[in-house]
Design a protein around this ligand. Structure first.
Ligand SMILES: NC(=O)c1ccc[n+]([C@@H]2O[C@H](COP(=O)([O-])OP(=O)(O)OC[C@H]3O[C@@H](n4cnc5c(N)ncnc54)[C@H](OP(=O)(O)O)[C@@H]3O)[C@@H](O)[C@H]2O)c1
Length: 338
């Protein structure tokens, strides 16, 4: 098969479109012929060598949709020919609150990922994908949708009518948090480095937005949202933004973080955290029941993820360049078949 293989960390020229041995399913596993994959920022961190536990060579990619073409021992042969999403959260374990850190992995390191024509996964990772979903829309959903769903509903305990502030709305996960919060009856506000992305977010149902490049964006956001501040903030920027969000949310509100794009937070105002009784919550991806609930949410409400651009699999390097430029608003997809 053809795959994008990363044999050394570095620039986008390290993403080489080459032949790779066809994987064969073992007991309990299936082989999926992929139609499309999607990028996550994790792929860029790994490619640049900025991720823990890198083993090479590796095929990156956590998101994929496709059709089962082979099954291993003990797997129902009727799966062959059926179309599925792949849950990228591998071996989460039995607890709902946290994964089993001894077994849990994210598809696409160390396991071979979805930037390939074929992939082998455990059959328990499959969830049926309706035929009316275009491959690029379907591929865009898994990792970002799961992360946004858990951040908003499980960790954030969001309820209809609450206000939610989502940082960096150009991001893949942020876009899905916006879609889900709007669809579930939230009053949603966003931040971005780009006024165009803020305008797009308003068209997608946000009530307002602020540009986080402006020094006084917290003040602007507070005035825009009114009252005591938002009930929930959802963030992957990390860094100083964490401190800013503790400042912004209402007393007793929640800051839910799933990333540290801008690094660690050097001067956290701890007094504000306890005095305001703020819930500072971490979240990462999610479990199988959350993955299923997220898919159901999208399917039942007729939602589709926002896809910013589609590249051919062989153009994975250009797709990474685009993600690193930060120009995108929504998901970047690799078309593999058709
Ligand atoms: N823990 C998990 O399970 C999990 C899952 C997915 C992602 N992540 C992490 O979350 C982050 C985003 O991932 P992604 O795939 O959604 O990436 P992405 O699509 O590349 O989005 C990144 C976005 O971050 C925003 N951003 C950058 N600097 C910011 C700042 N100072 N303040 C606010 N926003 C800022 C930008 O928004 P604008 O373009 O609007 O300025 C940018 O578009 C990455 O660090 C990733 O590793 C973690």
């Amino acid at each position: 098969m053809k795959a994008i293989v990363l044999s050394a960390v570095g620039g986008t020229d390290q993403l080489v479109h080459q032949d790779f041995a066809d994987p064969a399913p073992g007991p309990g596993q299936v082989r999926v012929e992929l139609e499309a994959a999607a990028l996550n920022h994790r792929d860029v961190w790994i490619r640049r060598g900025l991720y823990a536990g890198i083993t090479l060579p590796v095929i990156l990619g956590s998101d994929g949709v496709g059709t089962v073409d082979q099954v291993g021992e003990g797997v129902d042969v009727s799966l062959i020919g059926q179309r599925f999403w792949i849950n990228p959260s591998l071996a989460w374990g039995d607890r709902k609150d946290v994964p089993d850190y001894k077994t849990w992995r994210i598809l696409g390191l160390p396991d071979q990922g979805t930037y390939a024509e074929k992939i082998v996964v455990d059959s328990a990772q499959l969830e049926p994908c309706p035929s009316d979903w275009k491959a690029e829309d379907a591929a865009a959903l898994p990792l970002a949708g799961l992360t946004a769903y858990r951040a908003l509903f499980t960790r954030g305990q969001f309820e209809a009518g609450q206000s939610v502030f989502i940082t960096g709305i150009g991001g893949g996960v942020s876009q899905m948090a916006l879609q889900m919060a709007v669809a579930a009856g939230g009053k949603v506000y966003v931040s971005s480095s780009s006024d165009t992305k803020l305008e797009n977010a308003r068209r997608a149902g946000a009530l307002g937005g602020v540009n986080y490049r402006q020094a006084d964006w917290v003040k602007t956001a507070r005035e825009m949202i009114g009252g005591e501040g938002p009930d929930i903030a959802i963030d992957s920027a990390g860094g100083k933004t964490i401190d800013d969000l503790i400042d912004l949310v209402r007393p007793g509100g929640s800051v839910v973080n799933y990333g540290q794009t801008t690094g660690t937070c050097p001067n956290l105002e701890v007094r504000r955290l306890f005095w305001k009784q703020v819930n500072l919550l971490g979240t990462t991806m999610g479990n199988r029941s959350e993955f299923r609930a997220m898919l159901k949410f999208y399917i039942e409400r007729g939602l589709r993820p926002q896809v910013y651009r589609v590249f051919d699999l062989s153009e994975a390097g250009s797709a990474h360049d685009l993600m690193e430029s930060g120009e995108q608003a929504g998901k970047i997809v690799l078309k593999i078949k058709g």
